[in-house]
Structure formats: structure tokens, C-alpha cells
Write a protein that binds this ligand. Sequence first.
Ligand SMILES: [Zn+2]
Length: 281
Amino acid sequence: MAAPYAKVEQLGPGIARVLAHNPSAFTYYGTQTYLLGKGTVAVVDPGPDLPEHVDALLRAIAGRDVLAILCTHTHRDHSPASRPLAARTGAPIVGCAPLALETVGPRSDASFDGDYRPDRVLEDAESIIVDGKPVTAVGTPGHTSNHLCFAYQGSLLTGDHVMGWSTTVVVPPDGDMAAYMRSLDKLRQRDDYVYYPAHGPAVTNPKQYVRHLLGHRMQREKQILRLVVETARPIPDIVASAYPGLDPRLVPAAGGSVLAHLLDLERRGLVEQQEDRWIAT
Ligand SMILES: [Zn+2]
């Protein structure tokens, strides 16, 4: 089956999806942009700044008023198309905060869209009205410090917080494992009936899926703790033991996730770093 690049997929009343052509080891087939509303629309996660994707979005919008361009977070596969789309529709860019680089040190890396400039930042639980219906921000830091999900008509657009094809990458210093776990727990307490992630298929059993993700992270944490209790180890050694047979392209991201777990364990007084090795306290 060919991936439906540039096609409009109608998922339900007032919700449609357009896939951008940016497949990779991190994005699956690419970034999925969502259109909410019928008479007027909001665009969620406009995606990478690829002219053919922006053109496909304009065809999907089909001349309707765009009330907002919403971004879940500012990774380069999510927010850069907000600017050409804003220029061509006149719509405001709304949603997550820009990354607070100056207040918290060098949190950014090449995966961040440093040019993101929202017209309005939504805080947790704040809504905008699209076509008579609320779209509500759900603050979900962890994958990035500025990540938001968006609730709409019983569904939740989960960005990269929960994905339909892979576990989420949590890389320090901006990614934070304790925050990520709290944000998963926040979703567990909601009653959304379906998740629409930015990458991968829809999740139709949200509660069960989130429980599975929480369990998976707790297992990973236990495994990492067991490895450093055995002996002091550097991160590459932990990655090799904890992720056997991992796609080499994903090794740096796995190293980031291991570091995120270790920093969380360190905060809780269970491990400490000695030069390049980590050891149980
Ligand atoms: Zn991301």
C-alpha cells in the first residue's frame, strides 16, 4: 500500500488528515497534519516547510477561513510550515510556546524550529472555538518542554506525546522523563475515545495504550537501574544491553532516552554519575 501523500483523508465529521512527504526513522511515513472544522477550519501541526505539502494543505482547506494554525510543539517536522501557511491564509499561529532558550540554557538542538513565532500561546486547558466547537490545549511536557495535545469532540490530537507506531523519544535537556510520565498519567485520567498522533495510525484504545506505554517505561527504568546496580556503566554500554538489535540510526535517540531515565533516577537519589559512568548509590 502506498502512503497517502498529499491526499485528504476524512477521518470523521469535521476531522481530516494530510500526510507530508518527510518519511524517516523518526517520523514513520511522515508528519500527519490535521484539519478540524467544516465551514471554517483550524490546522494542527502544519508540518515541515515543504512547498508540495503547503499546496496540499491549501487544496484541503479549499478556500475556507482558517481560524488558527495550531502547533503541538516546535520540532522541525511539526511547526515550520506554519509560516508559509500563515502568509497564504492570513491565519494566526496559535498553540505551544516557543522554547525558552534564554532562561534555561542550551535546550535546543538541530531538531528544533528556532524561527517559530506564535501570535498567541495557549496555556493548559485554554480553548479556542473552531466552527462553533472548542479545541482545548492539554499541557503535556516531556517529549519537549513546550508540548501540547489538543482535545476536539472527544478525540485527542497527541502530536509526538503519544504516537501510533513507536514509543516517543525523550531526549534531555529539553526532554524530561519525569514530566513525560506525569503527562502520560494525565492522559490516562481523561476519557478521549481516540488519539490522532502526528506519526502513525490512530489509537482506538487510548486507556489501554497509555497503560501499556507507562508499563513499558517503568520496565525500561527497572532494567536500567538493574544494569547500573550490577556495575558502573557508561551510557553506550547501557544502550547495547537494553536495546539489543536496535536500528543503528536510532542509537543516539536511545542514548538520549537512557540519559533521561538516569537523570530522573538521579533526581530521586537512586543513581549518580562518576565521570562518564553511572552507578547506583
Ligand atoms: Zn517531536
